[in-house]
Design a protein around this ligand. Structure first.
Ligand code: HEC
Length: 137
């Protein structure tokens, strides 16, 4: 099939619009994660994820996150009680649930903390997050 030149000229334009939308989407999800972190997490885990003394474990450069990325979604939704060991220190203080957050919001917060505060843990896909959330107990 032969297309007129004027029609062909549209393809690069569409390609760049596609790139632009892709980037906007990336920054939007990253930005939503950051905003939600500030609203729902920073009061305890602090602005840079450093945690607080013996009460709140750090998220910054946290070995726990690198070892348990599949548990983050459940902790965000249902909170957590009992002992947890992070970077060689034991914490035992309840973290409250966030039942109002949607799967998408939890996805964005999870990826925000996995790839910020000095963490370089692979991001989780939305499918992985919904699967993680089905296995909470
Ligand atoms: C009211 C204070 C509080 C808030 C708000 C809070 N947490 Fe926590 N979080 C804690 C405490 C305390 C623990 C340790 C729980 C334990 O001892 O079992 C914890 C543990 C964790 C852990 C596992 C340990 C670690 O440091 O890696 C993760 C991950 C986590 N929180 C992420 C979050 C995220 C994300 C949010 C926001 C959606 C959040 N928390 C909001 C207090 C809080």
């Amino acid at each position: 099939m032969r297309l007129p030149k004027s029609v062909l000229a549209v393809f690069p334009v569409l390609f760049f619009i596609g790139l632009l939308l892709g980037n906007l989407f990336f920054f939007k999800t990253q930005e939503q994660g950051q905003k939600l972190y500030a609203q729902h997490c920073a009061s305890c885990h602090m602005e840079k994820g450093e945690g607080l003394a013996n009460l709140i474990p750090p998220l910054a450069e946290a070995d726990w996150l690198a070892q348990n990325p599949e548990k983050v979604a459940c902790i965000i939704r249902y909170g957590q009680t009992g002992e947890v060991r992070v970077n060689g220190k034991t914490y035992n203080h309840p973290m409250p649930a966030n039942l109002q957050l949607s799967d998408t919001e939890i996805h964005n917060i999870t990826n925000f903390i996995l790839s910020n505060f000095g963490n370089k843990v692979s991001k989780r896909t939305f499918e992985q997050i919904t699967k993680d959330l089905r296995t909470c107990h």
